[in-house]
Design a protein around this ligand. Structure first.
Ligand code: ATP
Ligand code: MG
Length: 410
């Protein structure tokens, strides 16, 4: 890892006594001329994410953001770990860019660190500096040695030097203005700042998959809003509440979203009454896509997102996916298409949607469920079935009755 530290995994261990936090960018570096735009979006997202915790001063510099919280540094750090775009975050201490200034900061940092660590056998330790400022009087390896010689005396018995397998690394980043030192580094989510790529609309069911799909779209810089279809009164209001709970859980990762709730019962009834039974589920899905696209266009969203994964349920065949083409102009993103269910579940647990998703509530697709749903649907059969429906009228009516919820709720 760039910072020369193996990231710690347990955010409960964040050292809240630090003066500031360093949030490092991942691949933002790769974005050439767009870099400034990405960085600004990232800093804006960061400020929004930590607003309920503390006011912060945030400065962008090469490859990282320096964040000075007014209070609750550890909580701010943990919050930063949920902001897409940071590859790692370190609690840090600032120093004037002189060897002596760095030594003083290193001393403070190590005192805090050793005070935090339980006593036991000596910890494998090293100093590792990086110089962004090549005009600094000492080369990196000499600075490493100088700092170690100056500060380690008071920690006799608590460390042993091990350059190749350190358990604890004192990181030093030398810059032309102010430098900083740190001893902890937490892995961030990586990805791109939410909103830096554009808006999308995710078809959010109450299942495990679509929330993970939404999260993965966020990770690639999409600002995600949600649309959910429900068949009240065939399916009770608890399903709607469940979807709302899931959407709210996802707000940990973005600042703002809309949740559209579309009543779907009339459409399902029309399909039941006029179309062949084995195609029902597929026809529901085609209608969902049509409606979602209309909402997306009105939102300025440039793609739809679904939780489809190939072959995962019997209906997710190539033929059935093909039946969803041609109902819209916007592309469909399917971030889970190549994932196994176990991988999806693991992410769902990590991002905090799993618990809400597994609550057993019926999905609208279970209403008038066919006994033998078609597995290899044909587009022309869908079109033939739909010729018996007033597709446009049904879409319009559903849109008219759609409810919009702004998230986060105020
Ligand atoms: P999920 O776990 O997301 O429910 P799934 O594996 O159950 O997915 P399907 O039920 O075939 O698969 O649904 C495929 C996708 O269609 C879902 O991931 C979701 O994007 C969309 N979808 C299905 N039902 C609804 C609904 N009631 N409202 C909104 N979107 C839906
Ligand atoms: Mg489902």
């Amino acid at each position: 890892m760039k910072a020369g530290l193996s990231p710690e995994s347990d955010p409960a261990q964040v050292d809240g006594s630090a003066e500031m936090l360093i949030g490092r960018f991942g691949e933002l570096w790769l974005k050439g001329n767009n870099r400034v735009w990405f960085e600004r979006t990232l800093v804006r997202n960061l400020r929004d994410a930590v607003r309920p915790i503390s006011r912060v001063r945030a400065e962008r510099s090469r490859g990282h953001v320096t964040v000075h919280p007014e209070q609750r540094t550890a909580d701010v750090c943990r919050r930063m770990l949920d902001v897409f775009g940071f590859s790692s975050v370190s609690p840090a201490w600032g120093a004037p860019s002189t060897p002596e200034g760095i030594v003083a900061a290193a001393r403070t940092c190590l005192r805090q660190t050793f005070a935090r660590l339980p006593s036991g056998p000596p910890i494998a330790f090293r100093v590792r500096s990086r110089r962004a400022d090549k005009g600094f009087p000492l080369p990196s390896n000499e600075l490493d040695r100088f700092v170690a010689d100056e500060v380690l005396g008071e920690f006799e018995g608590r460390y042993r030097i091990d350059l190749s397998h350190p358990e604890l690394t004192l990181g030093i980043n030398v810059q032309s203005g102010r430098s900083y030192v740190y001893a902890q580094s937490f892995r961030g989510l990586g990805g791109l700042p939410v909103g830096s790529i554009g808006k999308v609309l995710c078809l959010l069911s109450g299942g495990i998959d679509s929330p993970v799909a939404a999260w993965r779209a966020m990770k690639r810089g999409c600002q995600v809003s949600f649309v959910s279809f429900h068949s009240y009164p065939y399916v009770g209001d608890s399903t709607r509440l469940k979807v709302k709970r899931i959407a709210k859980a996802l707000m940990r990762f973005e600042r703002h979203a809309r949740l559209f709730s579309v009543p779907f019962t009339d459409i399902q009834t029309a399909i039941r009454d006029h179309c062949r039974e084995d195609y029902r589920t597929l026809l529901y899905r085609r209608m969902m896509h049509r409606i979602a696209e209309r909402l997306a266009l009105s939102e300025g969203a440039k793609a739809l997102v679904t939780g489809d994964s190939l072959g995962q349920v019997a209906s997710q065949t190539l033929e059935n996916l093909a039946c969803l083409e041609g109902t819209r102009r916007l592309p469909i993103l399917r971030p889970l298409i190549g994932m196994d269910k176990e991988e999806t579940i693991e992410i769902a647990r990590r991002i905090g949607t799993f618990e809400a998703s597994i609550v057993d509530e019926p999905d609208c697709c279970t209403v008038f469920q066919p006994r033998h749903p078609v597995l290899q649907g044909r587009v022309h059969a869908c079109e033939k079935a739909e010729s018996l429906l007033d597709v446009e009228g049904l879409v319009e009516a559903a849109l008219h009755a759609t409810e919009t919820l702004e998230l986060p709720e105020r």
